[in-house]
Design a protein around this ligand. Structure first.
Ligand code: PEP
Ligand code: MN
Length: 340
């Protein structure tokens, strides 16, 4: 249930609404927008809901009371006054900002990540990515450099000024990753690792939540709700392709899910064409399509020398290709009225 307050509602009235909600056994969640303030009552005391609704509906400072029937509450469109902008190290994602996160699949060496960081910065990316804890399908494949890799990412941020997004593969990685990074990524294979979602949420850092390999939108948004439910609303959803019968791509990019998600949730949603396609030739067209369909940004793998990459060699763009696609992204974003 959410209580939408009138514009004229005072802070004292907002606090009073919260207190009544909490006394009734719910958790109060306040969202302040330009136009209105919304207070969400999150919890599982259904028997209290009608009484609360009746009580708030009679208050002069309440505009209306809306039951949220969806299983995800805090991340649903009803729970917020307008769409969310998530800031990663001061860089905005969402609402007018088309933000590109780029960098290598995995951090391999100081020189590799520094070269990649300089290249993506020069091409116009606003955030640097790189995995130090890699979720690999085979236990014999390169697993990432761990904390040493995080230090290399932090050094690349210090030189280029690009805030860093990196994956935590297990709850135990979150605290260490949070010491070096500006946002925590949760990988597709971990979308329903509920302990990891909670731990990442508790870090207070923004969370980039990849869609699971076979996750429905509802499952994805419920996973986001785990992060939100521990008080962290800084969530960026990332569509990275889903498994279908089609074999000519690594996964099938579900681009039309972007406007679907935007109808259901206020969270920004970005597109990762690298993991969906698995082939670098297919990455630029999907980057262009992502701008046109109204995504809030991209996550693109770029490696200084992809043929020698220790992870995902076929899909990582060469710096020159990334430069070209960024030019196209900027042109298209201008048409859409977005800043890059
Ligand atoms: C990644 O971003 O490097 C990654 C492993 O992605 P995903 O979890 O989407 O496969
Ligand atoms: Mn990868």
């Amino acid at each position: 249930m959410i209580v939408i307050l009138k514009r004229s509602a005072t802070e004292e009235q907002v606090q009073r609404v919260c207190a009544v909600i909490e006394e009734a056994g719910f958790k109060a969640h306040v969202s302040r927008g330009e136009e209105r303030t919304i207070v969400g009552a999150i919890g599982t005391s259904p028997e209290m809901r009608p009484r609360l609704m009746e009580m708030f509906a009679g208050q002069s400072f309440v505009d209306r009371v809306v039951p949220v029937l969806k299983p995800y509450k805090l991340v649903s469109v009803e729970a917020r006054a307008g769409r969310s902008v998530v800031e990663v190290g001061g860089v905005p994602v969402g609402v007018g900002h088309f933000t590109v996160i780029a960098g290598p699949c995995a951090v391999e060496s100081e020189e590799q990540v520094m070269t990649a960081a300089r290249a993506v910065k020069e091409a116009g990316a606003r955030l640097l990515r790189g995995g130090a804890y890699k979720p690999r399908t085979s236990p014999y494949d390169f697993q990432g450099l761990g904390e040493d890799g995080l230090k290399m990412l932090a050094a690349a941020r210090d030189e280029t000024g690009l805030p860093v997004v990196t994956e935590a593969r297990s709850p135990g990685h979150v605290e260490t990753a949070a010491r070096y990074a500006d946002a925590i990524q949760i990988g597709a294979r971990n979308m329903q690792n509920f302990d990891l979602l909670t731990e990442a949420g508790r870090s207070g850092l923004p969370v980039v939540l990849k869609r699971g390999l076979a996750a429905t939108v509802e499952e994805w948004l419920k996973a986001a709700e785990y992060v939100a439910s521990v008080g962290n609303m800084n969530i960026i959803l990332c569509e990275r392709g889903v498994r279908t019968f089609e074999q000519s791509l690594r996964f099938t990019q579900d681009l039309a899910i972007v406007p679907v998600v935007q109808e259901l949730s206020h969270l920004p949603v970005i597109v990762d064409p690298s993991h969906a396609s698995g082939r670098r030739r297919l990455v630029p067209p999907v980057c262009r399509a992502a701008v046109a369909i109204g995504a809030d940004g991209l996550l693109v793998e770029v490696h200084p020398d992809p043929d020698r990459a220790l992870c995902d060699p076929a899909q990582q763009l060469r710096p020159e290709q990334f430069r070209q696609v960024m030019q196209q992204v900027r042109d298209l974003a201008a048409v859409m009225g977005l800043s890059v």
